[in-house]
Structure formats: C-alpha cells, structure tokens
Design a protein around this ligand. Sequence first.
Ligand SMILES: [Zn+2]
Ligand SMILES: [Zn+2]
Length: 126
Amino acid sequence: MKEYSECSKCGFVGVANYDAFEPAIIQCTNCEHVYSYIWCEKCGIGGDFISNFDEKPDSWSCSDCNTTISIPYNTYLRNRKLKAPLEHEYEEVGVPRENPSESNVAFYVVIILVIMVILYIYDLGV
Ligand SMILES: [Zn+2]
Ligand SMILES: [Zn+2]
C-alpha cells in the first residue's frame, strides 16, 4: 500500500510503501534520515512517535491517550524508502502539492514592496 509521508528531518514529502495503520520505519531518500511512523487509532493521528526504534521496542504507548500499540518485529526488518512522488501518485495517493499558495504569497509580498517603494519615493518628492 502506498502512503505519503513527510520526512521529520528535512520536510521532504514523498511516497513510501506502507500501511497508514501499521507501524513502519521510513527512510527519506532526500536526506537519508530514518524515522518511525506509528498510528494511534484512538487519537486518530500518525507520526514519528517511536524515538528509540534502534532498540526495537515491541510496543509503543501513546503519550496522549495511553493506548499501547504493539509493534511487530518485522516492522524493523525493512526501511520503507520515501521517494519523490510520481506524477500520477499525487492524485492516487493524495500527496499534497507543495504549498500552491506559496507563489501567491510571494506575489503579494512583491506587490506590497512595490507599493512601499512608490510611497517612499512619493514621500521624498513632497
Ligand atoms: Zn529527509
Ligand atoms: Zn493516542
């Protein structure tokens, strides 16, 4: 199963083969960082929660709701590679497009700067 994930170190958003409801160890192909992924059913959130996965713990307790989730040993046998999404995977896996609003923000910043410069020049002229 393919899911998207965000590297907890460099913020790279990619696609890896794992099940969103199962624990996984994910390796970012952008920065080589290895991190964990675990899902708390009760809280309905998933994230890089297993901090000591080098020790291969067989369970994890959610700090918010105290639910204990067992981590199968085979979770540690393979690092899921977090790769750049292929074009069709954006739709298929639901990968968020990289901040589509960011270019708009940049656009408005430029407009505001231009207005400020104009006002400044106008001010000097007066
Ligand atoms: Zn990374
Ligand atoms: Zn929880």
